[in-house]
Design a protein. Structure first.
Length: 454
């Protein structure tokens, strides 16, 4: 039970930390607002302070998501979003309780300042802790979990590659297990002798009759079990688990964003967000345009035909990042930093994604969305579809300025890489929603600020 005890301890620890911080924030905000901790309205603010804490304890009692995340789901963006969510929910509960108890003399400025201080402190401290923990795992080998894989093949290799590329998650590979050569006793001994924390069972490579036996043993030894299946060959949207009596059935939604409400919300968000970027980002547009103009000969904007939703062609707009004769020999993909066709300023724009920002006008026109699969040229689509017909599934949604493929993979230098990026973009069809769009926008901003674009 050690792992569950550790998880519970971490949950209690962070609940306690946030409880201390929100009370500290309330008092500091009170001091900043009234320049004293002893106001003439002491009795009123004692009541407000009590209700403030009551709202907090109600919140952490019914909303446990920020305190139950695992090491794979914890991230800096998630920490920020969860901190903001806690503040919004607490403010809503507090407002309700103040109305119930008929307390109306509180300072809204003081309460707002309390939330600002709490949000800043909580997010900063948790982000710092997350950074230190990941650094210790990656550089010092601290807080590692050991995992083994049952079933060897391409899928298991990809699991290993994932953890090899993400040392910060702290998973150490112990080896492969062949169930045909391990009876129950040997399997138990292997887990205990090697201190295995997690067992990955790759279902395509083992017999169904072995799964129950392995899961029962892992349950007995309190070892986490991950069942791995590869649905990427046919999924076009999300999977939903249903039960027909006691029979589990995976329901595949094959119509991404088919609900009229989803379409209206997404389009409204795209228009509102694009207008904000164009209006408030005008200085960035002007600076980028001038830098493009004076850094090399040629037009500021670059126009090219791309393929949109349901195969409809449209013209995409970008700040020019290449010399004007870049494709005099015909269509060709960029070769990354070594591509001589890219101007020095263009290389910076590609790293920070500044070359993409004129596409917000494409969004307003309705040709594109903020988030969606990357639009390609018909010349390359024909080559992709010939080798990977799954690409046709992406035509069901509008192409986007940013995408999972752009964030997690980047620009492709050849058709092979375009197909690899395609796998990421197919994930968007599985999870298309406003929350996914917002998450990808945050990730894109991170790429732009850190200049991590490939």
């Amino acid at each position: 039970m050690q792992r569950k005890t550790t998880k519970n301890f971490r949950s209690i620890l962070f609940r306690g930390l946030d409880t201390i911080l929100i009370n500290f924030s309330f008092l500091i905000a009170y001091l900043l607002k009234f320049e004293t901790l002893f106001s003439l309205d002491k009795e009123i603010y004692n009541n407000i302070f009590i209700v403030f804490n009551l709202a907090w304890f109600l919140l952490i009692s019914i909303y446990s998501k920020p305190y139950n995340s695992n090491r794979l789901s914890r991230s800096f963006i998630r920490t920020f979003l969860q901190g903001c969510t806690l503040v919004i929910l607490h403010a809503a509960i507090l407002a309700t309780l103040l109305l119930i108890f008929k307390i109306q003399n509180q300072s809204r400025e003081q309460l707002f300042l309390s939330y600002v201080i709490f949000c800043g402190l909580s997010i900063t401290i948790k982000s710092f802790v997350l950074f230190i923990i990941r650094w210790l795992r990656e550089r010092k080998g601290v807080d590692l979990k050991t995992y083994a894989i049952i079933g060897q093949g391409k899928l298991s290799d990809e699991i290993n590659n994932f953890y090899d590329n993400h040392k910060e998650f702290g998973y150490n590979f112990n080896g492969y297990l062949n169930t045909s050569s391990h009876n129950s006793k040997e399997f138990k001994e292997y887990i205990l002798n090697n201190n295995i924390d997690v067992i990955y069972i790759c279902l395509p490579y083992i017999l169904h009759s072995d799964v129950d036996k392995l899961v029962d043993i892992a349950y007995e030894l309190n070892v986490d079990v991950k069942l791995v299946m590869d649905f990427r060959g046919f999924i076009t949207r999300g999977l939903h688990l249903q039960y027909h009596d006691y029979i589990p059935v995976l329901d595949v939604d094959v119509k991404p964003l088919s609900n009229i409400g989803e379409v209206i919300i997404k389009r409204s968000f795209d228009i509102a967000f694009s207008l904000c970027v164009i209006i408030f980002g005008a200085p960035v547009y002007i600076f980028t345009a001038l830098a493009t103009k004076f850094s090399s000969n040629g037009p500021i904007l670059y126009k090219q035909e791309r393929v949109g939703k349901w195969g409809e062609p449209f013209h995409i707009y970008k700040f020019r990042s290449m010399y004007t004769d870049a494709e005099k020999l015909g269509p060709a993909l960029s070769k990354g930093d070594k591509d001589p066709r890219i101007t020095p300023w263009g290389r910076f724009m590609r790293k920070t994604r500044l070359d993409e920002i004129p596409q917000f006008f494409n969004v307003l026109k309705g040709d594109m969305a903020i988030v969606g699969p990357r639009p390609e040229r018909q010349f390359f689509i024909d080559q992709i579809v010939e080798r990977s017909p799954q690409y046709n599934k992406l035509k069901a949604v509008k192409p986007g300025i940013t995408s999972i493929g752009q964030v997690l993979y980047g620009y492709a230098e050849n058709v092979d890489e375009m197909i690899q990026r395609l796998r990421y973009d197919l994930l968007y069809l599985d999870n298309a929603s406003l929350s996914t769009d917002i998450w990808l926008i945050f990730k894109t901003v991170e790429v732009m600020v850190l200049g991590k674009g490939k």
